[in-house]
Design a protein around this ligand. Structure first.
Ligand code: 4NP
Length: 144
């Protein structure tokens, strides 16, 4: 699960998908930017996850690297900018085939973005939660 800062959207996506699949499936998140490396998720993401019974407070932000193409089978970008940044780090066609926009799991080929809630109102986080919950339900049914 990849967003820009790895403190708002992708930590939620990680927590939500983990809540829907076996612990045997390794799920992680990262950011394409390094601004927040080592930080906890944004308190607004922690709170909206807790409201839905999910604890993401143990997560720490890290930066997406090309090694992630070796470590993961599927790489979900939260928005088109993150997707382009991931593709820029890819080395092969196989790398590129692992990356996709997460909301395309709900609306195929619509190329919709999960809106960045960082500078917005608190209800932006609930909105993001609902989108990610729907997408993760589809992902879980595919990979479980
Ligand atoms: P995220 O949100 O990509 O969903 O983690 C953001 C977090 C921080 C910043 C931008 C987006 N920032 O500019 O610091």
């Amino acid at each position: 699960m990849v967003c820009l800062g790895n403190i708002c959207r992708s930590p939620l996506a990680e927590g939500i998908l983990k809540s829907k699949v076996s612990e045997a499936i390794f799920i992680d998140s990262a950011g394409t930017a390094a601004y927040h490396v080592g930080n906890l998720p944004d308190v607004r993401s922690i709170e909206v996850a807790l409201k839905h019974g999910i604890d993401i407070s143990q997560q720490r932000a890290r930066k997406f690297t090309e090694k992630d193409f070796d470590d993961f089978d599927l790489i979900y970008a939260m928005d088109q900018s993150n997707y382009q940044d991931i593709i820029a780090l890819s080395r092969t066609k196989e790398d590129r085939q692992k990356a996709q926009l997460i909301l395309n799991e709900i609306n195929t080929n619509a190329n919709q973005d999960v809106p960045d809630p960082y500078y917005g109102e608190d209800n932006g986080f609930e909105n993001v939660y609902q989108m990610l919950d729907e997408a993760c339900e589809v992902i879980a049914s595919k990979i479980q």
